[in-house]
Design a protein around this ligand. Structure first.
Ligand code: 13P
Length: 258
């Protein structure tokens, strides 16, 4: 089974509207000479307030080479949830993907496995693609509970989803100790954990979904790490933080995944 690679840029809490549109345009410019069919699936995730501006930039270009994700969304449709933004709303703003369960959201905003599962269901119900994040802390790795922790995060996130919906989803394995630290996880170890995740998917949703689901690595991915990472059997792409904030380094990562 050959899975189409995905390179997603998580811009985190960076950039005003004009800067976001500028970066989206610069990314498209970097990719302009590459045939769309040769590219991986390229996704960028601006802050909520830049979704409209980035979508406009991507639509105006008309090249269809870059898609947009939201960094989060709430599972309720509307109502008295001050400060939240629903999946309908990010879809309305042009997002086709939604990142959920990022370790920063789990750590700073109390996002639980149960909330992540509700979000995944709503995202799929509305025809968008969830990018479900998982990963262990340094303490968990040192305590030898990496695999059991991640397996339980994945089982909870996918609970009650159809095999078809699981196949359409994307998972990102992001060891917390590798995020923003410059300490990339060894590629063989990342591949081992990702293969373990694929096995968990097989257990809960069957072999076909496990074959189809794209599982990305995230955590200090850089232009000089991506080629080796992509050479591994189970790594289907990358969720990139810091290196997605400049068009040149993000484009180099995209090209490294071709
Ligand atoms: P860095 O690439 O900056 O380590 O961030 C990874 C990440 O958290 C992407 O979601």
């Amino acid at each position: 089974m050959s899975r189409r690679p995905v390179i997603a840029g998580n811009w985190k809490m960076h950039k005003l509207q004009s800067e976001s549109a500028e970066l989206a345009n610069a990314v498209m410019k970097e990719l302009k000479d590459i045939d769309k069919a040769a590219l991986p699936e390229v996704v960028i995730a601006p802050v909520y307030t830049s979704l409209y501006a980035v979508n406009k930039a991507l639509t105006d270009c008309g090249c269809g080479k870059v898609k947009m994700a939201a960094q989060n969304a709430f599972y309720e449709t509307q109502g008295a949830f001050t400060g939240e933004v629903s999946v309908e709303m990010v879809k309305d703003a042009g997002a086709e993907y939604v990142i959920i369960g990022h370790s920063e959201r789990r750590q700073y905003f109390g996002e639980t496995d149960e909330m992540i599962n509700k979000k995944a269901k709503k995202i799929l119900e509305l025809g968008l693609v969830p990018i479900i994040c998982c990963g262990e802390s340094l303490e968990q790795r040192e305590a030898g509970v990496t695999d059991s922790h991640i397996a339980s995060q994945i089982k909870a996130a996918l609970d009650g989803l159809s095999a078809e919906d699981v196949a359409k989803s994307i998972i990102a394995y992001e060891p917390i100790w590798a995020i923003g630290t410059g300490k990339t996880c060894d590629s063989d170890e990342a591949n081992r954990v990702i293969a373990m995740i694929r096995n968990v998917v097989k257990e809960v949703a069957g072999a076909d979904s496990a074959d189809k689901i794209r599982i990305l690595y995230g955590g200090s991915v850089k232009p000089n790490t991506i080629v080796e990472q992509m050479s591994k059997s189970d790594i289907d792409g990358a969720l990139v933080g810091g290196a997605s904030l400049t068009a040149d380094s993000f484009a180099q990562i995209v090209k490294g995944a071709m």
